[in-house]
Design a protein around this ligand. Structure first.
Ligand code: HEC
Ligand code: HEC
Length: 134
């Protein structure tokens, strides 16, 4: 009796696990080149919200609308801003890995660190940006 109860509980748990895993579509995201392909929707959302805040923009700053449905086509690479954002993700990851290896769980440097809510980071003077100044 006791054994069969344990067995029943175990098989129910196993079934629940299988159902949960099956409920997450493996091909939910179609065009991830920097983020892990198996990232959860929740985690991806958090990152995208971080982009919005970091740059002070909406999702449509990097993602374009489908002309007929008017829905944002998140997997399409139709805007140069999206491609630039990929490079910026690599840059941000590199800075964190190389210069802040001790902060493992949090990102020391984020989009906001440089952008402060602007698509183009502010500079104190245009001249300062000339490469010849270095
Ligand atoms: C600064 C640019 C930028 C902004 C703003 C942005 N995204 Fe993204 N998004 C990207 C990039 C870059 C990728 C691809 C990442 C990769 O290749 O790993 C992406 C990928 C995605 C994907 C995965 C698409 C697929 O199937 O491959 C979804 C969904 C998504 N974004 C939703 C959003 C939502 C929702 C918002 C607003 C809350 C948003 N994004 C704002 C740059 C942006
Ligand atoms: C170390 C500083 C730094 C960090 C961190 C950083 N950026 Fe940038 N970003 C810049 C600079 C500087 C430019 C302007 C480059 C130029 O002059 O063309 C820029 C430009 C951009 C542009 C193009 C803006 C335009 O109008 O052409 C996008 C999009 C962008 N960054 C997205 C991001 C995202 C998303 C993140 C976080 C993943 C990020 N950046 C993190 C420094 C940074």
């Amino acid at each position: 009796m006791r054994i069969s109860k344990i067995f029943l509980t175990a098989s129910l748990l196993l079934t629940a696990t299988i159902v949960t895993v099956a409920a997450i579509p493996q091909d939910e995201f179609k065009n991830l080149q920097v983020l892990p392909k198996n990232i959860s929707a929740k985690e991806l959302d958090k990152i995208m919200e971080g982009f919005n805040e970091g740059l002070g923009v909406g999702c449509n700053y990097c993602h374009t609308k489908n002309v007929t449905t008017k829905d944002l086509e998140f997997d399409k690479d139709s805007k140069p801003e999206k491609e630039m954002a990929r490079k910026m993700m690599l840059l941000t990851n590199d800075i964190n890995k190389k210069y802040f290896p001790e902060s493992k769980d949090i990102q020391a440097v984020t989009c906001y660190t440089c952008h402060h809510g602007n698509p183009m980071p502010a500079t104190d003077s245009a001249d300062f940006r000339r490469k010849s100044d270095y």
